[in-house]
Write a protein that binds this ligand. Sequence first.
Ligand code: GLU
Length: 302
Amino acid sequence: MEGRKKVTGRFAPSPTGPMHFGSLVAAVGSYCLARQVRGDWLLRVEDIDTPRVVPGAADTILRELEAFGFEWDGDVLYQSSRFERYEQALAELRQKGLLFDCGCSRKEILASAPHPGEEGPRYPGTCRDGLPPGRHPRAQRIRVPDELFCFTDMVFGANEQHLADAVGDFVLKRADGIFAYQLAVVVDDIDSGINQVVRGADLLSSTARQIYLHACFGQAPPDYIHLPIALGPDEEKLSKRHGNFGLAGEDRGASLLRALTFLGQNVPVELDGAPVSVILDWAVSCFDVKRISRQAACPDRT
Ligand code: GLU
């Protein structure tokens, strides 16, 4: 590791409910990969989308993380305390000629793209060169270049996305005044010096947008490690709807072991029934990123 920069990783839950198995997997993966190289591990509460935030959920998540034995560095960063900073970041992009006001409604954009792709309807560029007469600014969008964005994910390998074709100019501040996840995540990762992002593979398709934003702010992107998606018994991505499926009730040690097994780790049987601190210590020293599969799976079948 000589000459290499210290790793700074993070876990960034959205407080839309209590921890579920998918968030535990992201916490374990990001923690082990930062700590095994003596890196920092920061905690950020992504409470920016205020209508989706569940009161009390952030505190519940913090208490749960503590009960699992996770220790984070420094203070918890709350996105809700950073609106001024996001506004300043938007001003910087506007000054660089990268931001524009958009007067289109969702309905109009949908109507222009009758066959939306994985990322929803591609923005057709209506307001890119100025608001058409009679239009009022609603959202703020960033101009996307006609370029292919390529990156190598440590689990998912080589990835590429032609942003202009797949997404088009994307929203950084929504018509309802809420800052977009893509903006907040990049500004926070830059300001916190994050150089290793470990998270669920559902965010793989956001990564090209985030790499582009890092470049717009003159920054190199972090390393990306996406983890397989946890499925519910119905084969759908685990969500609030599945309750605490995959978490072994109050037995946190069993949940940790299950999350590690889900991540392909060769968990020794002697760890059955061990305290969480012993399990986490083992995980930090033995975690092997090469054992992680790309395959989405149901935790009770791994
Ligand atoms: N807040 C996001 C989530 O809970 C994670 C964002 C990220 O890791 O970039 O899914």
